[in-house]
Ligand binder design. Sequence first.
Ligand code: NAP
Length: 347
Amino acid sequence: MKAVSPYLGKAGSGKPQAVSWVDHADPVPGAGEVLIEVRAAALNRGDLLQMRGLYPPPAGASPVPGLEACGVITAIGNATDPTPDAVSEAEAGDSEFKVGDEVVALLAGGGQAERVAVHSGQLLKKPESLTWIEAGGLAEVALTSWTNLVHEGSLVAGQTVLITAAASGVGSYCVRLAKELGANVVVAGRKLQRLEPLRDFGAEGVVQLGEGLAKDVRELCPNGVDLVLDLVGGHGVASLLAALKDRGRLVLLGLMGGTVAEIPLSDVLRRRLEIRGSVLRARSVEEKAGLIRSFESFAASRWESGCLTPLIDRSLPFEQVSEAYQALATEEVFGKIVLTHSLGRCE
Ligand SMILES: NC(=O)c1ccc[n+]([C@@H]2O[C@H](COP(=O)([O-])OP(=O)(O)OC[C@H]3O[C@@H](n4cnc5c(N)ncnc54)[C@H](OP(=O)(O)O)[C@@H]3O)[C@@H](O)[C@H]2O)c1
């Protein structure tokens, strides 16, 4: 099959223009897994970091990039003999999925390819109201937003959440989901004009990252916010903590601004603040399956309205993957870049 080239070089030396569409061994679905013929797959910041040699795939995951994809199940892995010959077209054990089903997959890697093997616990049924392109950019952003707002962040209706790097793929989905959860949303980023369109998604406040952030947030919410979802990290964490209410919570899920921060521990202690880190990719199949089921039951009655549709910046054919990665690296992207197959698979 064809796949986006895995980058296996030295840390920091990968270049987006070096990414290409190359021959790669076919994945073989093992016990509990299905084989998917990919229709569309989105890019994430994690793919760019992986391609630069800075974010290796977890043990056992495909070296091919791609944390989310959608497509059609073409085979079910055999429980006892996970070889191509043993792949059956029967229903998989106790899985609800069968050959021909249209699905969305949350992956630890491998999605940017013609085919990908994935455990059935990491699948969602493709929502009928989403196009293939939208479905290709759904799983990673939706499940990252869901677990961090609801499970790690304990956000409930009526509370206020501050989301950093809000114009990113994950950030923009967090905004939509937080509104659906009944929260008030303040968005932060480096450039205010990139955040303004998020008001159309219901963001009540727009603030700039930097030293003035806490003051700007407190002009909007004098007591501070209940929750910060921080996709940036680095030294900006101190001003995010200052924007929290007493007993507020900060969930850290990205390090684009740096891996080191100096924070006032006396403030954390005195105001009983909570700081939590969170990653999705390395979680167990069982944990991902639980997340997917809880998200699906929340989302089931909401797909039709479009409120949980991911924001798509652009779609490109897989053959133009180098262009797609170069666009992602410019940091001017608003929402998701989705790769699609050109042979009419996406119609
Ligand atoms: N923990 C998890 O499980 C998990 C899962 C998925 C993603 N993530 C993290 O979520 C973040 C967003 O990922 P994505 O794929 O949605 O990204 P993306 O769509 O590529 O967007 C990245 C955006 O972040 C902002 N940004 C980039 N560098 C920055 C910096 N140094 N300081 C501040 N802002 C910066 C830029 O927006 P502005 O120019 O508007 O500031 C940029 O457009 C990443 O940190 C990623 O690692 C975490």
